[in-house]
Design a protein around this ligand. Structure first.
Ligand SMILES: Nc1ncnc2c1ncn2[C@@H]1O[C@H](COP(=O)(O)OP(=O)(O)OP(=O)(O)O)[C@@H](O)[C@H]1O
Ligand SMILES: [Zn+2]
Length: 529
């Protein structure tokens, strides 16, 4: 497997320190707001990295921190009159709601800065003792000149880094590039006691300390967004290696930005779209599909239209999955090997290509292309094959199994109910369309029955010369609406109007609702997709 390493600026063979274990750390959010779509990119991408590494047989230990002590949190808390730690912890809860909704698996450990102050103080004490840090009036700074490797991750020279740091000249620092390990508390700020007085940790030290604590002195993978390469990760590296004398990270991985008008989407710039607002409009697997449809190192400019397109594209894959599920319904598993044929061979070739793409620095965009190829193969096979042929069903079953296995690595075949708030409206719309058809052919008895059904649900039809509209005071529960839809469909079937009954079935399928006709009557369920 090849992984692009930011530090060497090239792809390298992935060789973990202690195979099959992989120790992975990703910088999490500073929790003073809900997360935005930009923050969701590393979340979904590294979740996919983790799933794929596991698929390839690695045992991944994954740590993701929360920065719950920070200037931005304190400022926000002061403005809102809330305890900073309370505010941060509130947003951590909200973070989990969003991440869970996106199908992002929780990390093995989610350490918080506020719970590791003692470890941090110990680390800073160690750095001072070794000559890598110095105290000035209650502040502690890292002495970059003491660490010859400073700049090796970002590739910046000492001069460049000093030039960057000169913006905020601080006479008390030995070198403008020196950075804070400990900050003396200003009045009104939260603080902890330390050998240097009341204060709190700087931003960078937390990750070195928590990463080493939970994963050991050398990590296999350390990730985050591009913005973290300098100074955050450069500083993490300098701190950790100065302390342990060991290489801190074997592979540094950084994702490109989600941008808005080519500018990084960020909380501080204020040009962000909250993930939860996006999830109110688009299903979570569509958001995942969208984020994974571009290589993780490339920038991705946000626009609503692309999410809509992603929804359509993913819809094609899901439709294949649905058709294949239906095709094999009731079929038996055949003995291994019996199903082998050219079709299965081709599907397996696409699977191998999918794996090759993911092995090449997690090229999810290419991998998705191979999923589409499998989808096309399945569709054309099913179009030709006989649903009652046991062998054909076994082949579709095997291809579907591969299709799902690969889709699940990307997390794009999520199991959720289509619980859109306005699903009832879509269902009532289907009834309205059927009623219109019936009226056109002067079947007023059934047309009126539909009107009555809707009326019982609290839905009123307003007929205008051009078209009919529906109105309801309150949204009726989907279950109740479905009862009526099923009833109307059974009336149609009683009248031997199978074409219209099938029309309803097809329209429901578009809404992820499957109808099954049994001897006791029709049953419905949400497609498990
Ligand atoms: N626009 C973006 N695109 C991709 N990744 C991002 C983007 N913004 C932030 N990230 C990543 O999200 C994670 C959490 O970042 P953080 O909480 O600092 O977000 P932020 O919006 O950049 O915040 P701030 O505006 O306060 O700097 C980090 O790994 C960061 O690199
Ligand atoms: Zn970090």
């Amino acid at each position: 497997m090849q992984v692009y390493n930011t530090q060497s600026r090239k792809k390298e063979e992935l060789i973990p320190l202690d195979p099959p274990n992989i120790r992975m750390y990703v910088c999490g959010p500073t929790t003073y707001n809900f997360i935005h779509l930009g923050n969701a990119r590393p979340l979904v991408f590294f979740d996919t990295v983790r799933r794929y590494l596991e698929y390839r047989g690695y045992k991944v230990k994954y740590v993701q921190n929360f920065t719950d002590v920070d200037d931005k949190i304190i400022n926000r808390a002061l403005k809102e009159g809330e305890e900073p730690l309370k505010l941060a912890s509130r947003y951590i809860e909200e973070y989990f709601k969003d991440a869970d909704a996106l199908g992002v698996r929780r990390a093995d450990v989610h350490p918080r800065v506020s719970e590791h102050i003692d470890d941090i103080i110990k680390a800073i004490t160690g750095l001072i003792a070794k000559g890598y840090a110095y105290v000035v009036d209650g502040d502690v700074y890292y002495r970059v000149e003491a660490f010859p490797g400073y700049g090796k991750l970002s590739g910046r020279t000492q001069e460049e880094m000093m030039a960057g740091a000169r913006v905020e000249i601080d006479e008390r620092k030995e070198n403008p590039a020196d950075f804070a390990l400990w900050k003396k508390a200003k009045p009104g700020e939260p603080y902890w006691e330390s050998p240097w007085g009341k204060g709190r940790p700087g931003w960078h030290i937390e990750c070195s300390v928590m990463a080493v604590k939970y994963l050991g002195e050398t990590l296999d993978i350390h990730g985050g967004g591009n913005d973290l390469i300098f100074p955050h990760h450069e500083n993490e590296l300098a701190q950790a290696e100065a302390l342990t004398g060991k290489p801190f990270v074997r592979y540094w991985m950084h994702n490109g930005f989600i941008t808005v008008n080519n500018e990084k989407m960020s909380k501080s710039l204020g040009n962000f779209f909250l993930l939860r607002d996006i999830l109110a409009k688009f299903p979570p697997d569509v958001v995942r599909f969208y984020l994974l449809s571009v290589h993780y190192r490339s920038p991705l400019d946000f626009d609503d239209g692309k999410l809509t397109e992603a929804g359509k594209a993913l819809g094609r894959l899901k439709n294949t999955r649905l058709l294949a599920c239906e095709f094999i319904e009731g079929g038996r598993e055949l003995e291994k090997g019996l199903a082998q044929d050219a079709f299965i061979e081709e599907v397996k070739r696409e699977k191998a290509e999918f794996i090759a793409a993911m092995d090449d620095d997690f090229n999810t965009a290419q991998a998705l292309g191979h999923l589409f190829n499998i989808s096309r193969l399945l569709n054309s096979y099913m179009a030709e094959a006989d649903k009652h042929d046991e062998l054909a069903r076994a082949r579709v079953r095997e291809a579907l199994h591969i299709f799902e296995e690969l889709g699940n690595i990307l997390g794009i075949f999520m199991e959720y109910k289509e619980e859109k708030e306005d699903l009832w409206l879509d269902l009532a719309g289907i009834m309205l369309d059927v009623r219109q058809m019936l009226r056109e052919e002067k079947n007023f008895v059934l047309a009126d029955q539909i009107r009555n059904c809707l009326y019982e649900l609290g839905i009123v039809i307003e007929d205008t010369p051009e078209k009919s509209r529906i109105k309801a005071e309150n949204a009726p529960p989907v279950e109740k609406v479905m009862e009526k839809v099923i009833f109307i469909r059974s009336e149609l079937r009683k009248n031997k109007d199978y074409a219209r009954a099938d029309y309803i079935r097809d329209r429901l399928k578009e809404k992820n609702i499957l109808i099954e006709d049994t001897r006791e009557g029709a049953r419905w369920r949400f497609a498990q997709i």
